[in-house]
Each structure stands twice: as structure tokens, then as C-alpha cells.
Design a protein around this ligand. Structure first.
Ligand code: G1P
Length: 294
């Protein structure tokens, strides 16, 4: 396959205000919230790297400097850990700084996700790229982005991760209208950003992972502000000639939502061997006690 078709770049927008996670997000980015001691954004970056991505552009906004500090090297910390003989921690800290080539740019004004993505045009050039929203993480056997890339490799058109959501969640997401062309694959006919249940064309939601062709940038330029007065990537996608929706295998957590964030911590904790038994026992006794109190 030509390099033109190979997905090796990713864009991670992390400029959103995080209103649903206030007051914590007043001064701290939600993408840096920890799950078992690791920031959400590191899970996202590791998913990209495990999917074959080598170059990442993060689009940041105000109050997001903690993100740049995190992926930058900290020689003072490294020396300190070396002197104290904390080799495992030192290795992990060095590994984080070397995960990928990471670049940053600022979104000048909060004008929406579509506007944020438009800042990546020069970085992306004439290549297909992965778009990973910095507040969504996945637990799956094959990384979510890798699953989408294999669909892209086959069809060479933009592919969007979709997921069936319960009706009460429809108005929180971009929703697709699609025609099923495979067990997990849709030809997308239309998309609506955060519709009411009555307006929603289906209950298949856009789940924060996309493989996009560079013609998305001219689509963004032609997209007027939509929902919330912001330029929406969902509206820009409507203008793409052809796009597919793919139901990926695995579980998604929306860290921008307080309950989902809590669930992610518990579920990922149960999957971690060092915590599994004690946490399971704790949860079981907690449930018994709470039920008997009711
Ligand atoms: C964004 C997108 C939306 C998508 C969602 C997934 O919304 O605009 O289409 O369904 O991410 O998390 P946000 O959550 O940034 O408001």
C-alpha cells in the first residue's frame, strides 16, 4: 500500500472547557484526571501508539498547560528518581516522554470541535489521520483506533466509530443515520449533533474516534456554526462524499461525565491484577451492606 494511505498521524483535541466536570475543571484539564494513577490522556496516547501512530498533534486551550508538562521530559525529576534508586518509576517516566512525537498547538478561541480540528491541517498534510477525542477511553482487545484503521485500509474512506446508546443518552452525542452494509458496518447517510430524541435518526452515537481523509478540512471551512453556536465536526462530516460507521469491539468510557468516570475507575480497577481480589471483595461486601441497610 502507498504511504499516502497509511495512517501514522493522530490529532487529539484537548481544548474543551469540561463544563460537565466542573468545579474540578475550573483550573485542571479533565484529560489529566487519573484512572489508577495514570492520566486519561495517557490511555488515549497509548491506544494511538498501539494502533501504529507515530506522530500526534494535541490541540490545547486555556488552562491545559499541565498536559504539555506531562509529556515533556523533566530532568530534575529523572535525576531525583535515579539518585533514590527508584528505577521502575524512572523507566516509566522516561517511557511516557518517548511514547510518540508529540506536538502542541493552541486553539485561539473556543469555537467548537470542528474549529479545533481545523488547526491540524498543516500537520496532517495530504494523509489520512486518526482523530481521538481526549476524554474518551476504550477497553478492548484490539485498540479501537486500530480496528478503525483496518476498515480504512480496506475501503480508503473516512470511518467513524459508532456505538448503540440507550435513548436517554441520544441527546448527548452526535447521532448517525446509516444503512447497514455489514455486521458492524454502516454507510453513513447523515449525521446530527446532539439531537433531541424526537429528531434523532437512530440511536447509534459517534463515540470519539475517527479516521479521516484530509478533505475534511475543506468541509470544515464550509461549515457554519451549528449546535451551541460552535463549528461542529459532526456537521463538517455531513459534507464528506462518503463515510462509514463501524461498531468497534470493546467498551467506551466518557471521562467528561462524572458517573462514567467513576465506572471507569471501578471497572479498570477490577481488570488490574494487583487490585482485582481486594476490590471485588470490597464491592461485594459494600453491596451487601448497602442492600441490607435499605
Ligand atoms: C463530541 C462530538 C460528538 C460525539 C462525542 C463523543 O461531543 O461532538 O459528536 O458523539 O464527542 O464523546 P462532546 O462530548 O465534546 O460534547
Amino acid at each position: 500500500m502507498s504511504t499516502r494511505g497509511k495512517v501514522r498521524k493522530a490529532v487529539i483535541p484537548v481544548a474543551g472547557r469540561g463544563v460537565r466536570m466542573l468545579p474540578a475543571t475550573k483550573s485542571y484539564p479533565k484529560e489529566m484526571f487519573p484512572i489508577l494513577g495514570t492520566p486519561v490522556l495517557q490511555y488515549v496516547v497509548e491506544e494511538a501508539v498501539r494502533s501504529g501512530i507515530t506522530d500526534i498533534l494535541m490541540i490545547i486551550g486555556k488552562r491545559k498547560n499541565a498536559i504539555m508538562d506531562y509529556f515533556n521530559r523533566d530532568f530534575e525529576l529523572e535525576n531525583h528518581l535515579a539518585q533514590k534508586g527508584k528505577d521502575d518509576l524512572l523507566k516509566e517516566i522516561e517511557r511516557i516522554s518517548n511514547l510518540a512525537n508529540i506536538y502542541f498547538t493552541y486553539q485561539k478561541e473556543s469555537k467548537g470541535l470542528g474549529d479545533a480540528v481545523s488547526y491540524a491541517e498543516e500537520f496532517v498534510g495530504n494523509e489520512p489521520f486518526a482523530l481521538l477525542l481526549g476524554d474518551n477511553i476504550f477497553y478492548s482487545k484490539t485498540p479501537c483506533t486500530a480496528q478503525l484503521i483496518s476498515i480504512f485500509d480496506r475501503y480508503q474512506v473516512s470511518v467513524i466509530m459508532v456505538e448503540k446508546v440507550p435513548e436517554f443518552k441520544v441527546s448527548r452525542y452526535g447521532i448517525i443515520k446509516g444503512r447497514k452494509i455489514g455486521e458492524r458496518l454502516f454507510e453513513i447517510e447523515d449525521l446530527v449533533e446532539k439531537p433531541s430524541l424526537e429528531e434523532a435518526p437512530s440511536n447509534f452515537a459517534i463515540g470519539g474516534r475517527y479516521i479521516l481523509t484530509p478533505d475534511i478540512f475543506s468541509c470544515i471551512r464550509r461549515t457554519p456554526p451549528g449546535r451551541g453556536g460552535e463549528v461542529q465536526i459532526t456537521d463538517a462530516l455531513r459534507l464528506l462524499n462518503r463515510k462509514l460507521g463501524y461498531i468497534t469491539e470493546g467498551k467506551r468510557y466518557d471521562i467528561g461525565d462524572k458517573l462514567d468516570y467513576l465506572k471507569a475507575q471501578i471497572e479498570l480497577g477490577l481488570k488490574r491484577e494487583e487490585f482485582r481480589d481486594e476490590l471485588r471483595e470490597y464491592l461485594e461486601s459494600l453491596c451487601k451492606n448497602v442492600c441490607s441497610e435499605e
